[in-house]
Design a protein around this ligand. Sequence first.
Ligand code: NAP
Length: 253
Amino acid sequence: MKEKPSILITGASGGFGREFARQLEDTGCHLLLHGRDRPRLQMTLECLLHPERHRYLRADLSTATGVESLLYQLEPEEKLVGLVNNAGLGAWGPFERRQIVSHMDVLQTDLVATVHLTHALLPQLIKNKGFIINVSSLAGETPLPYMSTYAAAKAGLTYWSEALRVELKGSVNVVTLAPGPSPTGFRDISGMPRDKGGIFRTSSRDIVQASLKTLKRGGGYCVPGLRHRMLYLLQKVIPRRLALIMIGRHLRH
Ligand SMILES: NC(=O)c1ccc[n+]([C@@H]2O[C@H](COP(=O)([O-])OP(=O)(O)OC[C@H]3O[C@@H](n4cnc5c(N)ncnc54)[C@H](OP(=O)(O)O)[C@@H]3O)[C@@H](O)[C@H]2O)c1
């Protein structure tokens, strides 16, 4: 059986995931493009130089069964050398006005599924001296009124990813990517008005490029681009009490 070095990218049916696929294609690896939406996954395949070398896998990561089904679809000849944990969504609006199911979907998809998937795939990644990119968010640095479960999930993801980075030093390179706003499908899916976070927007291309640069340096915490670094700096210098008032005003209707 001829082994194929492979990279699994979750949430590859659009946004950052599609951009990761574009930028990781020249590694020569077989790309495993995960998502739920078949036509959009097909579009990702078609925007690659050699679509015939890659394939897509469908699974809903908001349930443990969905994670198991994704793991089940990996084939024995696929030698996993990279995992990009990118799938995610937010739930915008007052906490009590959204169905609990949408909040649970955020926590399950953004945090629980990532931990589950990584735990299952880590033995292979260690054996192959591979890498992990965890797509977190600057939302993980500050509590966000009207996006409370999203900020909670991303804070959890950042803490877990950063701790894992230290544990895996020397065997698996880990990048914790913490972008701010970017024009992808994220706002529509999360139900968030498009005008939120406007001045800090940075393109998917620059965000993904920055994370791959961090990976080349052996991993790290990556806040991509000047605008997002400015936002990060503001998060660090503005007292939380004041930040909560400002963010609450900005994010509510
Ligand atoms: N855009 C931003 O402003 C921003 C900023 C910071 C961090 N992020 C993070 O970046 C990551 C990618 O988001 P994006 O901006 O590229 O948004 P996007 O265009 O909406 O893409 C989200 C991806 O996640 C997948 N996904 C969502 N829920 C899923 C579920 N239950 N099961 C399986 N897959 C699911 C989607 O798959 P299907 O469409 O096929 O269902 C899609 O491929 C997310 O983790 C997000 O939190 C985004």
